[in-house]
Design a binder for this molecule. Structure first.
Ligand SMILES: CSC[C@H]1O[C@H](OP(=O)(O)O)[C@H](O)[C@@H]1O
Length: 367
């Protein structure tokens, strides 16, 4: 996407074919800080410490991390051990394992001397595929926004289509376009009146810090809200639909996403607001029968709850303690929305019902 008029992605290759450069998203929105990554260990740290985050982006960066291993030692054991090591960076987003397993499948059948180039090319192809997938998700989601805009126009409502989103499933969470934001960007580019309610998304505030920054850079009208305001807005007819991302969807359509998504889905159902999960098929885990109990939920440091960082009036970025000394904090990073609360999944292959028969048919018929 564009930042200050310049095309930018959260991940790009550096000259020489041995390193990549990523946006260190911990510094946004106040500073745009790029960091080079040149080894599997640096990639592990970048994923673990959330310099880069977002299921599809995590997968793409990990793929390059395994390609970096192939330049060092491409033997079967070294490649498998490094893939296993990188999979341990974060447990919930299935794209991490999906990307690493895909790299192994594409590289290990080749002679060892050919593996380094093949791995780098495979990582690059995976990254570009993510861009195309997200653009397709955007096209399918755009049709939903267009339909709502048309209905509003028919009843003389000149207001924008109001979309609520949670966390950051934007271009910063992918290689480009985003998943939940792709329909929004495409609607804005098409001249459709769209406005976004941006859940701040405590405790790491991916919405307030990342989604708001992205939308601002793109000129998309948006309003940052406290996570707890979404239900009220839906109750008063101020949300036309919800678009959220996901980190893993089980075979029965249960969808795992950032903590707080489940509560938005409950409020949406109670108020008759369509609730869409934007799901690249790389995020579908058909090996998992159901998600509410089956998807591993990352427990992150309580410090993310007890402390917050921001910019002072003097322009300095500081971290402040919110809670009393000695108060404990729990910090589950994700929750799982039961399939019954999902209006539909928006995939690059079209909309699909959040249920097993439809999901298996989708994966079978359109390879
Ligand atoms: C396009 S998937 C983005 C997904 O990833 C986020 O989690 P995190 O920021 O912890 O990596 C969040 O669940 C988003 O919906």
């Amino acid at each position: 996407m564009q930042v200050n008029g310049q095309a930018l992605r959260p991940l790009r290759e550096l000259p020489g074919g041995e390193r990549i450069e990523v946006i260190d998203q911990r510094s946004l929105p106040h500073r745009l800080h790029m960091r080079p990554l040149g080894s599997p260990r640096e990639v592990f740290v970048a994923i673990r410490e959330m310099w880069v985050r977002g299921a599809p982006l995590i997968g793409a960066v990990a793929a390059y991390g395994l390609a970096m291993q192939a330049r060092r030692d491409a033997a079967d054991d070294a490649m498998r051990n490094t893939a296993h090591f990188l999979k341990g960076a974060r447990p919930t987003a299935v794209n991490l394992a999906w990307a690493l397993d895909r790299l192994l499948a594409e590289v290990l059948p080749r002679p060892v001397p050919a593996r380094a180039e093949a791995a780098w090319a495979a990582a690059a192809a995976l990254a570009e595929e993510d861009v195309a997938v997200n653009a397709a998700i955007g096209r399918h989601g755009l049709a939903l926004i267009e339909a709502i805009a048309a209905r509003k126009q028919e009843r003389g409502d000149s207001g924008p289509v109001n979309v609520l989103t949670h966390c950051n499933a934007g271009w910063l969470a992918t290689v480009d376009w985003g998943t939940a934001t792709s329909p929004i960007y495409q609607a804005h580019a098409a001249g459709l009146p769209v406005h976004v309610w941006v859940d701040e998304t405590r405790p790491r505030n991916q919405g307030a810090s990342l989604t708001a920054w992205e939308l601002g850079q793109a000129g998309v009208p948006h309003t940052v809200i406290a996570d707890n305001a979404g239900g009220h807005l839906m109750q008063h007819g101020r949300v036309d639909l919800c678009f959220v991302g996901c980190d893993r969807v089980a075979a029965n359509g249960d969808a795992c996403n950032k903590i707080g998504t489940y509560l938005k889905a409950l409020a949406a159902r109670d108020n008759g607001v369509p609730f869409y999960v934007c799901m690249p098929t790389s995020t579908l885990d058909l090996s998992l029968p159901e998600g509410v109990h089956g998807i591993p939920i990352e427990e992150r440091s309580g410090r993310e709850v007890t402390h917050i960082s921001g910019r002072t009036a003097a322009g300095e970025v500081v971290e402040l303690q919110l809670t009393p000394d000695g108060s404990a904090a729990a910090n589950p990073g994700f929750d799982v929305t039961p399939a019954r609360l999902v209006t539909a999944l928006i995939t690059e292959r079209g909309l699909v019902a959040a249920e097993e028969v439809a999901l298996r048919a989708l994966m079978e018929t359109r390879r």
